[in-house]
Design a protein around this ligand. Structure first.
Ligand code: DGY
Length: 352
């Protein structure tokens, strides 16, 4: 019998998602059987446990948002499961050691979303530093007529001649930096997974070390997170969420930042301690923040402090939300899954 794949969200080929087309083709050719969760909302855990519990699943193609791949799920799947493929770059929702223990292969999609996420990082940096969030709120609330132009109306801090601290200097971090060059930044301090360590050539996305020569600005590893906090006009978070990066931006970090600085997060919400961020902004110790991700998302009501705080620009986790990126992510996730269940002609896009 053809291998069975469970797909935890629709990937409509007719809407341009290449991964959906690949799975449909493989299914039509009788190479796989695909069992689909058909709603556009996170898969019901009970349904998934029951489906996996049949003991005949070879591959699981899952998403980041609202799903947890943990011991309970893998126990339910039993020994038939060969591959878990997540359609995401981040994989803090997956218990990787539980997979490894069972020799289940694991794929992610870190390549297709680099540009889209870097765009959102640059957009948030601009919107937050230029107080666009406040301006948009004022217009939508009909307050513009009460706000005649004056020399200091909604003046923010430009990015010209600034220092940018990039925490998490992988593909997305480096590409975000490249976007920001267009706005006149003059220096970058970065941290890789080992703060203080210089980028090694295997992690140089542009294949151009030394980066300073390529980018035409000073680029060097920060000595410490403290140095990033103290020196940066803009801190951009692009790191994975790990026990080491959880609450990396906390009250202590925020006690060192410049009052004119901005923090942008395109990584994962819990990298920032929300309460500490809100307090720093309210007390004028940090000028602004631009957030694509927050702790507790998507359950963020309109009266949440992050929403109410005008100096925070908050968008609902849309870093990779372009058709191009999502199509590429779906393609890579489908490839990982099809290769992992052993369908000939499919190569892994990325295996962790
Ligand atoms: C990712 O791919 O990690 C994005 O954040 C989507 O969840």
């Amino acid at each position: 019998m053809a291998p069975k794949i469970i797909l935890t969200r629709p990937l409509p080929a007719e809407k341009g998602l290449e991964g959906g087309a690949l799975l449909d083709q493989a299914e039509r050719a009788g190479l796989v059987r695909v069992v689909r969760w058909t709603k556009d909302e996170p898969v019901d855990r009970k349904w998934l446990l029951e489906e996996l519990g049949k003991g005949d699943t070879d591959g699981l193609l899952c998403m980041h948002n609202g799903e947890k791949i943990d011991e309970e799920l893998l126990e339910a799947a039993g020994s038939s499961l060969k591959v878990v493929s997540t359609m995401s770059a981040g994989y803090d929702h997956v218990d990787v050691s539980a997979l490894k223990k069972r020799n289940i292969r694991f794929g992610t999609t870190p390549d297709a979303l680099t540009d889209a996420t870097a765009d959102i990082g640059a957009m948030l940096a601009l919107m937050a530093t230029r107080r666009a969030g406040e301006g948009i709120r004022a217009v939508l609330d009909g307050k513009w007529p009460e706000m005649p132009w004056n020399p200091l109306l909604l003046c923010g801090h430009g990015l010209q001649n600034t220092t940018v601290g990039v925490i998490g200097f992988g593909k997305i971090g480096q590409t975000t930096l490249k976007r920001l060059l267009g706005f006149g930044i003059k220096r970058c301090l970065y941290s890789t997974s080992r703060v203080g360590a210089p980028l090694d050539s295997s992690r140089d996305y542009f294949k151009t070390l030394p980066l300073a020569d390529y980018l035409g600005i000073e680029v060097r590893p920060a000595e410490s997170y403290d140095e990033i906090a103290r020196e940066s006009d803009l801190v951009v978070l692009c790191c994975p969420l790990t026990p080491q990066t959880k609450h990396l931006v906390d009250a202590e970090f925020l006690s060192k930042v410049k009052p004119t600085a901005c923090v942008v997060n395109t990584a994962r919400g819990p990298v920032i301690d929300t309460d500490a961020l809100v307090a720093a902004i309210r007390e004028g110790r940090l000028a602004s923040a631009g957030l694509d991700v927050v702790t507790g998302e998507p359950d963020i009501p309109a009266d949440h402090p992050l929403v109410k705080e005008e100096r925070i620009v908050l968008v609902p986790h849309i870093g990779s939300a372009t058709i191009q990126a999502r199509s590429g992510m779906s393609r890579d996730a489908a490839r990982n899954c099809l290769a992992g269940v052993g369908v000939e002609g499919f190569e892994w896009a990325n295996e962790v």
